[in-house]
Design a protein around this ligand. Structure first.
Ligand code: ATP
Ligand code: MG
Ligand code: FE
Length: 340
């Protein structure tokens, strides 16, 4: 199967051509980061305008790079949520138009399922599986008993991990999105501040990062007031150590209660070197669970991961018609035939 996939949920316009759910023939990603940087975050109206300007160019490039034409395609897949409504609408409208014009089935894809299925480009997903999804808007542990079945067993009560990275990065003077640079600085510093590990010892799989964020900001502001300069690398290292500790501890606890064949680390923050190496360490204690780290280039938003889910849904006959709408607050739904 050849799937043309669209992703426009946030600030990346992306179009990909995916063969059989695991081969990337093309994956064009047009990022708008520069346009949002001066605002310190994504401005929805600016994002929508960029998507409109980029989408047709991205489709042309994706088809050309894959050396295919519309008539070679099997289906069109598109992210319809969660995300920014105006941004999602551009992808949904483009996908609907192409599906209609070329008489192709339309496949509606959940963006977070996409992040999880980025692992599909490393190896087949084996079930039951667990995914630790850490992105700009989500931090959750997702249990997957079978293909296309998702149960959120724990999630953040406030900020997402990526959001916390971006906010503390701003205090350190790092441009949006700050995660990658904070990660780099963290490796040059030491955990000297001992920031709080919220909910770490609680008997659940939930997370909270707003207390850590506040502790960080208060520490920096207090130092400013008394004219003291703190070491930015140590601040970054201390912040990252706290995030990695909680993410790893909760994941280990989840794996103890839900034995799985695979643990998938997914989402933009899955590119983090600290969490990648920590999970590699922790997984040594789980001889029957394999750790699957999405390729670095596929951790952030991209259409290839949407095409991977598209293939799964195609095989499950999950299609949408022309009434498909963007759903900014889309949540996972249990398949009707799921065994719980
Ligand atoms: P969602 O997927 O929840 O809708 P999103 O699509 O905006 O949100 P992603 O694009 O998946 O989020 O991830 C972006 C986030 O990943 C940003 O917050 C960014 O700072 C963070 N990030 C990227 N690289 C790293 C890294 N190496 N360490 C920590 N965070 C990182
Ligand atoms: Mg993004
Ligand atoms: Fe994302």
């Amino acid at each position: 199967n050849l799937i043309l996939a669209f992703e426009t949920s946030c600030d990346e316009t992306s179009v990909a051509v995916i063969e059989d759910g695991n081969q990337i023939l093309s994956n064009v990603v047009a990022t708008q980061i520069k346009s949002h940087q001066r605002f310190g975050g994504v401005v929805p109206e600016v994002a929508s305008r960029h998507h409109i300007e980029q989408i047709t160019i991205c489709v042309k490039e994706a088809l050309a790079e894959a050396q295919v034409t519309y008539s070679d395609l099997t289906a069109v897949a598109v992210t319809y949520g969660p995300g920014l409504v105006g941004a999602l609408l551009i992808g949904v409208t483009a996908a609907k138009t192409i599906a209609w014009a070329h008489n192709l089935p339309l496949i509606p894809v959940n963006h977070i399922a996409g992040h999880i299925y980025a692992a599909r480009f490393v190896q087949p997903v084996e079930f039951p599986a667990m995914a630790l999804v850490v992105s700009g808007g989500h931090t959750e542990l997702v249990y997957m008993p079978a293909e296309n079945q998702f149960e959120i067993i724990g999630e953040t009560r406030d900020d997402a991990a990526g959001e916390a990275y971006d906010k503390i990065g701003r205090v350190l003077g790092i441009n949006y999105p700050a995660g990658k640079t904070v990660d780099e600085w963290a490796h040059e510093g030491q955990d000297t501040f001992n920031f709080p590990r919220a909910m770490d010892k609680e008997d659940n799989f939930d997370f909270s990062f707003s207390g850590l964020k506040s502790a960080f900001i208060n520490t920096v502001h207090h130092a400013d007031q008394i004219g003291e300069t703190l070491n930015s690398q140590d601040l970054a290292a201390s912040f990252q150590a706290a995030v990695v500790d909680v993410l790893a501890d909760k994941t280990v606890k989840a794996l103890q209660q839900y034995p799985v064949k695979e643990l998938i680390l997914a989402g933009g923050v899955a590119a983090n070197r600290g969490i990648r190496s920590r999970l590699q360490q922790e997984l040594k204690a789980f001889s029957t669970t394999e750790l699957v780290l999405a390729p670095l280039a596929l951790c952030g938003d991209n259409a290839a991961m949407i095409g991977a889910v598209g293939e799964v849904l195609y095989r499950h006959n999950v299609f949408a018609d022309a009434s498909l709408n963007a759903n900014p607050g889309l949540e996972f739904e249990w398949a009707a035939d799921s065994e719980r």
